[in-house]
Write a protein that binds this ligand. Structure first.
Ligand code: ZN
Length: 292
């Protein structure tokens, strides 16, 4: 059973009024469906203890434009995973860039757009802290119109290609599920409460990725399709999804490959099963998304 295309029929919203509450509600509802179905699908491959932890979880998707995901305990001690609607939207925009790069020949657009997106998120989180007005953050089509670069001339949508639509849907499912697994890992690996509140150390981030990848292999989940989630995680440059984004360096598939290579080392150290499968995932990512 391949854990993709069986969750939610994702169709790209591609709306222009991306900040509208309706669009965030749509991201929330869609994310909740994927997380609920995905949680059930991975349950059979969890250990008894991991399953116990999973059943204690509250999952919430706040209707917020911020791009955040957290694993934490509430004040009354309940285990929580919070994945904002804005995070779903960020993953969607990255998935759209992947589709245009791969299916429509916009070479270089993905790396440029991913760098732009993560940098803007970082700038805005600093601006938010300083009470400064936020800068607009565009989806790939808006980036193509305003900045252009290698994305110049992007079509408004990709409805013309069924293959592209299917690829997009599986990337969204897999990416959301990977973020969920990453946050679940902070619970199962007992990271919560062992660090300064939500800020987790670099080592814990890599451990969470390694655990998430090992569970993905057990569940036969299409990890290559999680490339947008990997791009976002790699973009954080060793800080965390939970922390504010600090990235200022160019981003792209090469960074994704080095992040996965780091996870590979940890998987070997921890003797996770199926670690060798990651070599194939790395090769598939290189083949499907060649970097410039
Ligand atoms: Zn994390």
């Amino acid at each position: 059973m391949l854990l993709s295309l069986i969750l939610v029929a994702f169709s790209p919203s591609l709306a222009t009024a991306q900040e509208s509450r309706e669009s965030l509600l749509w991201y929330r509802d869609t994310a909740l469906k994927v997380l609920e179905n995905g949680g059930k699908l991975i349950r059979p491959v969890l250990s008894v203890e991991e399953r116990r932890i999973q059943s204690q979880l509250d999952i919430s998707v706040p209707v917020s434009g911020e791009s955040g995901a957290y694993a934490r305990r509430s004040k009354d001690g309940r285990r929580q995973i919070v994945i904002s609607a804005g995070m779903t939207r960020t993953l969607e925009w990255l998935a759209i860039a992947f589709v245009f790069e791969r299916h429509f020949g916009f070479h270089g657009c993905l790396d440029e757009y991913a760098s732009y997106l993560v940098r803007r998120i970082a700038e805005n989180s600093a601006r938010f802290k300083n009470n400064e007005p936020l800068k607009p953050v565009y989806p790939p089509q808006g980036y193509a119109r305003t900045i252009g670069g290698s994305c110049q001339g992007l079509p408004r949508n990709f409805e013309s290609s069924r293959e592209a639509g299917a690829d997009f849907a599986s990337m969204m499912d897999a990416s959301l599920l990977f973020i969920y697994l990453h946050e679940l890992a902070h619970h199962t690996l007992n990271h919560i409460g062992n660090t300064d509140s939500l800020r987790t150390s670099r080592a814990q981030e890599a451990e969470a990725d390694a655990w998430a990848i090992s569970i993905a292999f057990k569940a036969d989940f299409d990890l290559v399709a999680a490339a947008p989630a990997f791009t976002l995680i790699a973009g954080l440059g060793g800080s965390s999804l939970e922390d504010e984004v600090k990235q200022t360096h160019p981003l792209g598939i090469r960074r994704v490959l080095s992040m996965l290579t780091e996870a590979h080392e940890i998987m070997l150290q921890k003797r996770y099963p199926d670690t060798n499968k990651l070599d194939r995932v790395l090769a598939d990512i290189r083949r499907k998304f060649p970097s410039r």
